[in-house]
Ligand binder design. Structure first.
Ligand code: SAH
Length: 337
């Protein structure tokens, strides 16, 4: 619920408006998992709330810690589907990689999540609850400052719920993340990118992954519907926050999109766009018939982009040993007994 909805709900329950704020404070700041923990609320009222409302949505099934300290959380949804969330340690802070759908419908050839198809959209509560669960597990939850919608699923294919979740993540009376440190990543759903630009202040990342339509369609079927020209057109019109850039993600696949001419075409395609480019060498897995690029190709690709005056970073994949890196999130469909 948004603040307004919580207030309306409180009123329906015959509660004064300040209770809505108090409850939200407990949920979003106090990370309360139950009404019992809300110690400044009378016992009677807590009992009444417990009868009428529910807090937790996800159950934590398993936590795995990589040797680089990346932590992967496996959650079970109430209807038996599974999702994964990844906590990534950075130098000064932590970044949390959220899932927006159980599975994914986009069918990208290099991504393991795509193999399972889409099970269903997550609700806004299921997205926000990933953050609450993870914060609860941290010794210093304030160090979680960055959120990326880069886990399982295509966030813009679950537009309403994602925007609803962003509302509670970014608002001051909610979880109080800054809109400058929350990033939504998309495979390139053009109409939703345009809508997002008008409706929400959030950083945008786009998985480009190729510099010509033929290769991009081979890697990402979504390109058939929204080819490069329409995608780049939408990006050029996307309103950017002060001093911010669009992040372009480019998964390098050996022999497919990692040649010099690919790099030069990327530079030409993005000319005039305020963009920084993250190069991600493919994380291979046995179910995918694509190879990672050579180290030499990765460096050369970066060099060409830099020669064209782009900021281009090579992203080291964290959490590979626990299958927590880009494109490695997957859970086979299991129903609870
Ligand atoms: N659907 C959104 C959010 C998922 S983000 C999107 O497409 O942007 C996941 C990121 O990981 C994307 O940039 C994707 O291109 C990248 N990725 C997927 N599979 C990968 C793999 N095997 N190796 C490296 N990166 C991968």
């Amino acid at each position: 619920m948004s603040l307004a909805e919580t207030e309306a709900w409180a009123e329906e329950q015959g509660l004064p408006a300040y209770r809505a704020k108090q409850l939200r404070q407990w949920l979003f700041k106090g990370l309360a998992a139950s009404f019992k923990e809300m110690t400044n609320i009378s016992k009677d009222l807590r009992a009444q709330l417990e009868e009428k409302a529910r807090i937790d949505h996800l159950s934590l099934v398993k936590t795995q810690v990589s040797k680089d300290r990346t932590t992967k959380f496996l959650f079970k949804l109430e209807d038996g589907h599974f999702i994964e969330t990844v906590l990534i340690p950075e130098r000064e802070h932590f970044t949390l990689c959220l899932s927006s759908q159980a599975g994914c419908a986009m069918g990208c050839r290099f991504c393991l999540t795509a193999r399972q198809g889409v099970k269903r959209n997550l609700t806004a509560a299921e997205m926000v609850d990933q953050v609450i669960h993870v914060k609860r597990s941290m010794s210093d939850p304030d160090r979680l400052t960055n959120i990326v919608f880069m886990g399982m699923g295509e966030p813009l294919a679950n537009y309403e719920a994602v925007v609803r979740a962003l509302g509670n993540l970014i608002s001051e009376e909610g979880m109080n993340f800054s809109h400058r440190t929350v990033t939504l990543s998309t495979c390139g759903l053009v109409p939703q990118i345009r809508r997002l630009g008008k409706e929400v202040r959030v950083n945008l990342a786009v998985s480009l992954n190729a510099s010509d339509d033929e290769t991009r369609t081979f890697l990402m079927p979504v390109n058939r519907k929204y080819p490069l020209k329409s995608l780049v057109g939408a990006l050029k019109e996307f309103p950017l926050l002060n001093k911010k850039m669009i992040t372009i993600e480019y998964v390098l696949v050996g022999g497919v999109n990692d040649r010099d001419e690919d790099a030069r075409r990327v530079a030409a395609l993005l000319k005039g766009l305020r963009a920084k480019i993250n190069l991600i060498p493919l994380n291979p897995h046995p179910e995918v018939d694509l190879a990672p690029p050579s180290a030499e190709r990765v460096l050369r690709f970066q060099e060409i982009l830099i020669e064209h005056r782009f900021t281009a970073m090579i992203r080291k994949s964290k959490g590979q040993d626990i299958s927590a890196a880009c494109g490695q999130l997957s859970r086979k469909y299991v129903r609870s007994p």
